[in-house]
Design a protein around this ligand. Structure first.
Ligand code: C2E
Ligand code: CA
Ligand code: CA
Ligand code: CA
Length: 283
């Protein structure tokens, strides 16, 4: 295609070519920087609070950030895709889990914070590793945490490879006491099937449903159906991306009791999270 464009006589091809090279160069640079950052452990977690129906803090979700030596703090959109492609997500995922268990351990030392749960996102790539189950157990045991306070968030993407394998591994973790949550619920192709096959404790209704729930009665019907379904499967339901008071009111009326979103707080660095939510509670 490049050759033909050139033969047509335009400068387009070379401009295209240069843009391609430029973006390839940037990608190589980023992937090299990521490689170095994995070695230097330049990754941290931000915490986004999770609230119950009384708007009390019940826990948080750990969201990875890359503390890039030159560019500063980067959100997952800027690097997760590449991390998955290069398998850097494997050491990064372990790091996130270590940081999360470290935090859980600290909470569990204080009576006022003992009850808090922490949710950690898993990449499908992690789950597909043959060492996955043991990797998780090793970290959990090293930090000696209460298993039931750790929630692992998975998406349907874990199942595109080997449903039985993923189900078996998650089942083992669940038997060990760790909780399993299905993230981005409603966005995949067959969310309903996964409700049946996956060992789950919780589902998280995707932000796209929550966005319209205050104005749109169809969105309300959808959310209500998801809540009914979850109830019959004995699953907790968290609404993601709650941004307004109206959304909370509507969700509460529909029967939903757990919320996460900018309305309460965006994800915060750990120290800011403590400053905002736990300061006057800690002795
Ligand atoms: P997610 O797991 O669905 O996480 C929720 C994302 O929505 C977070 O973005 C959060 O900041 C954002 N969010 C929360 N509340 C609101 C809201 O009210 N409005 C809007 N517009 N957005 C809200 P973030 O931190 O940029 O993370 C993006 C995605 O990156 C996550 O989506 C998750 O899929 C992935 N991710 C984050 N941390 C990890 C990790 O440690 N490992 C893996 N494998 N993936 C991660
Ligand atoms: Ca998540
Ligand atoms: Ca989500
Ligand atoms: Ca997502």
């Amino acid at each position: 295609a490049l050759y033909r464009a050139k033969a047509d006589g335009g400068d387009r091809a070379s401009v295209f070519d240069i843009n391609m090279q430029e973006s390839l160069r940037k990608n190589n640079e980023l992937s090299l920087a990521m490689h170095n950052s994995v070695i230097n452990r330049d990754f941290c977690i931000y915490l986004q609070p999770k609230q119950n129906q009384n708007e009390q803090l019940i826990g948080a979700e750990a969201l990875v950030r890359w503390v890039h030596p030159k560019l500063g703090v980067l959100a997952p959109d800027a690097f997760i895709k590449m991390a998955e492609e290069t398998n850097a997500i494997l050491p990064i995922g372990n790091l996130v889990l270590e940081r999360s268990c470290e935090q859980l351990k600290l909470w569990q030392l204080e009576e006022s914070t003992q009850h808090l749960q922490l949710s950690v996102n898993l990449s499908a790539k992690q789950i597909w590793q043959s060492t996955f189950y043991q990797d998780i157990i090793n970290i959990v045991e090293a930090y000696d945490i209460d298993h039931s306070k750790l929630i692992l968030e998975v998406t349907e993407s874990v199942l595109i490879q080997d449903v039985n394998d993923a189900t078996e591994k998650l089942e083992k973790l669940r038997n060990y006491g760790i909780r399993i949550s299905l993230d981005d619920f409603g966005t995949g192709y067959s969310s309903l099937n996964y409700l049946r096959s996956l060992p789950l404790d919780e589902i998280k209704i995707d932000r796209s449903f929550i966005q319209d729930v205050a104005q749109d009665t169809q969105a309300q019907v959808m959310v209500k159906s998801i809540l009914d379904l979850a109830e019959s499967f004995h699953l907790k339901v968290v609404s993601e991306g709650v941004e307004t008071r109206e959304q909370i009111e509507v969700l509460r009326k529909l029967g939903n009791t757990f919320y996460q979103g900018y309305f309460f707080s965006k994800p915060l660095p750990i120290n800011e999270f403590h400053e905002k939510y736990l300061k006057n509670k800690e002795s």
